[in-house]
Design a protein around this ligand. Structure first.
Ligand code: FE2
Length: 314
């Protein structure tokens, strides 16, 4: 039987991503639908769902096709429904940066979620709740394509190396892959509470590349956001090397920037894709909700001891 939805490219010529049109919540009861969606997800990394059901309940049920839900470790980020993370920007309560002299609300650099933990979530589904009048795009890029674009010299050079990550959510203090002109202006109340604990979060390391288990493709496993340096190469040589590698995953070339419409949902493989938030005008409001798909690719290591996820419920 043909699947009850259509599949198309996400954007012309893009080496990753797909658009699924017309998926209904009732279709998720069919095993062959769930299997087809899972295969597509592993193959393409990012899926835009459009023109189908798009309630919060559909978002959570669809998310469970790809893995069990996980409560996000930071309680400040959870929505009323604990299966969902709320990503919000309000003019009077939002993290704001100045980028190239312009005030931008909710800007987030290229990153993979939860890279600052040893256990990185498998993926997520993002859905708009309130869209700003303009901007508010989300960028996606593929780390398999990034690996393929890396010169052989760099592929060889990063063999066996790891990147150290910290949960510093002040992106103006980020060392890699941010605009040189970026300045921190103010933090949201929830952001401030999370940052008060920043020295209590562990330092973790992740290998600079790994092989996608299902397909054997190599993944450039670097998140520019939250990266602090190369574990085995402190000092300028390591910083230069990481800067060079990061330059292959931060240009607009090869990226997809999603212009949100009401009723859209975007699923991504957090082990294989990077994303970023382009931000909104500082006087506008944007609210998104995201599922967190649990998982552990098993290659992250907590340098401060302990296993599993830290909890910040107190
Ligand atoms: Fe994110």
């Amino acid at each position: 039987m043909h699947p009850p939805f259509t599949v198309a490219e996400l954007a012309p010529g893009l080496p990753f991503g797909a658009t699924v049109t017309g998926l209904r919540q009732a279709d998720l009861a069919r095993a062959e639908v769930r299997e087809a969606l899972t295969r597509l997800w592993i193959d393409k990394g990012v899926i835009l769902f459009r023109g189908g059901d798009a309630t919060s309940d559909m978002q959570c049920e669809l998310s469970e096709v790809f893995g069990p839900p996980q409560a996000f470790p930071f309680k400040e980020s959870r929505a009323e429904d604990p299966r969902l993370v709320k990503i919000k920007y309000f003019p009077d309560d939002g993290s704001c940066y100045e980028v190239d002299g312009k005030l931008i609300g909710g800007w987030i650099p290229w990153h993979a979620d939860m890279t600052y933990f040893a256990q990185v979530n498998r993926g997520g589904i993002l859905r708009p709740v309130h869209l700003p009048r303009s901007d508010g795009r989300t960028g996606f890029r593929c780390k398999i394509a990034a690996w393929d674009s890396l010169p052989q010299r760099l592929q060889d050079r990063i063999e066996g190396l790891h990147v150290v990550y910290t949960a510093n959510l002040n992106y103006a203090q980020g060392k890699f892959g941010r605009p040189a002109s970026l300045k921190f202006v103010r933090g949201a109340a929830s952001w401030t509470r999370i940052m008060e604990r920043m020295y209590q979060y562990p330092r973790v390391i992740h290998p600079m590349f790994y092989t996608q288990a299902e397909t054997g493709r190599k993944v450039l496993n670097v998140s520019p956001g939250f990266a602090d340096g190369i574990y085995q190469m402190g000092g300028p040589a390591g910083e230069d090397l990481l800067m060079e590698v990061v330059s292959y995953c931060t240009t607009d070339d090869g990226a997809y920037f999603h212009e949100w419409r009401e009723g859209d949902m975007v699923l991504w493989d957090n082990w294989r894709a990077l994303h970023c938030a382009c931000g909104t005008p500082a006087d506008d409001t944007r609210i998104m909700e995201r599922t967190t798909i649990a998982g552990d690719y098993g290659l992250g290591r907590n340098l401060d001891g302990g296993v599993g996820l830290p909890r910040f419920d107190a």
